[in-house]
Design a protein around this ligand. Structure first.
Ligand SMILES: [Zn+2]
Length: 320
């Protein structure tokens, strides 16, 4: 376990709107190609190592309800770094050098001398309950290891690939191919749609949501369309509502596994809701009062705190 007092001191001085918005980490890309620097610093006392196994991060089980993340010091992580399939350089935080260790190749990661009562768990289920900075580092590590795990072979010729540039590029080992593969981020739009005449907003319940949660409309951007077109298309596909005046508001990285949520507001020009594509089980126009009462209702839930969906809704609520 390491001391986060310094990082947390910085955190207290900054404000943030939602998770993974802005982690305090210098990605220092100029070090990625410096193999000697990366190797010599891997066991440095200032080194921090985030192990990732089967898309899970490492947590400390404790008597409290929520486990706390484990980020290992370079000395503690020696076994893990020796056994890891790939090491990914994440960046610098103050005097600390952060790496992710891809240990997907290990059948039993618990045999590698991990701290007592440690357990690999899904960050998505814990992210909003743990420290903001730690959640950001763990999400970044998980995303790059996930990408490496899913690009072990070249999509062009089928040969194996190898990790280069500090884990931020994979290269096909076939000399006749040598294709380079870089981490991808899939853009998704998420939008708060307001009613054309009434003081209401459009929220939908996706059948995948836990409980009767209502959230803003969202969907992936398709090849060849603008973000504004993606907003209009998704809202129409999911709810039959036409929109105009689409305006960008903010973005939230969502590396589960590889998205960024681009937040918009839009004004509806129609009002009749039909859930066209089966993605939403239900969509409704909510008055301001109904949104405010949602948290106190036994039946309905708003989007989780520190999500961009919740921020879009809260921003709308605060405007008047
Ligand atoms: Zn190839």
């Amino acid at each position: 376990m390491i001391d986060y007092a310094n990082d947390l001191c910085i955190l207290n001085k900054m404000s943030f709107r939602f998770y993974h918005e802005n982690i305090i980490l210098d990605r220092a890309p100029h070090f990625r190609k410096d193999k000697m620097w990366l190797t010599s610093n891997l066991k440095n006392t200032n080194t921090r190592v985030i192990p990732v196994w089967q898309d899970k991060n490492l947590f400390q089980e404790n008597n409290k309800e929520t486990p706390s993340p484990i980020i290992l010091s370079g000395a503690t992580a020696q076994n893990i770094c020796n056994e890891a399939r790939d090491i990914v350089f994440l960046g610098l935080v103050q005097n600390n050098i952060y790496f992710a260790a891809d240990i997907n190749n290990c059948e039993d990661p618990y045999s590698m001398g991990l701290p007592k009562r440690s357990v690999f768990a899904d960050l998505r289920l814990l992210a909003t309950s743990i420290d903001y900075l730690e959640a950001g580092y763990l999400a970044y590590a998980r995303a790059l290891v996930y990408w490496g795990q899913n690009n072990q072979f070249c999509g062009q010729c089928g040969s194996k690939t190898k990790s280069i540039n500090g884990g931020h590029e994979r290269k096909c080992i076939s000399e006749t191919c040598s294709k380079s593969i870089f981490p991808r981020t899939d853009p998704a739009v998420i939008m708060l749609v307001t009613h054309p005449t009434d003081d209401k907003c459009l929220l939908g319940h996706n059948k995948k949501f836990q409980g009767l949660r209502f959230s803003t409309i969202a969907g992936f951007v398709e090849p060849g369309e603008t973000l504004e077109q993606a907003v209009s298309r998704e809202v129409f596909e999911e709810t039959n509502i036409r929109v105009e005046n689409v305006k960008y508001q903010a973005s939230q990285p969502w590396p589960f596994p590889a998205s960024i949520m681009l937040g918009f507001t839009a004004q509806a020009t129609s009002t009749e809701i039909i859930c066209h594509d089966g993605e939403l089980e239900e969509a409704r126009w909510f008055s301001r009062q109904e949104v405010l009462e949602m948290s106190n209702s036994d039946n309905m839930l708003p989007p989780p705190k520190l999500s961009i969906s919740r921020w879009l809704i809260d921003t709308w609520l605060e405007k008047f």
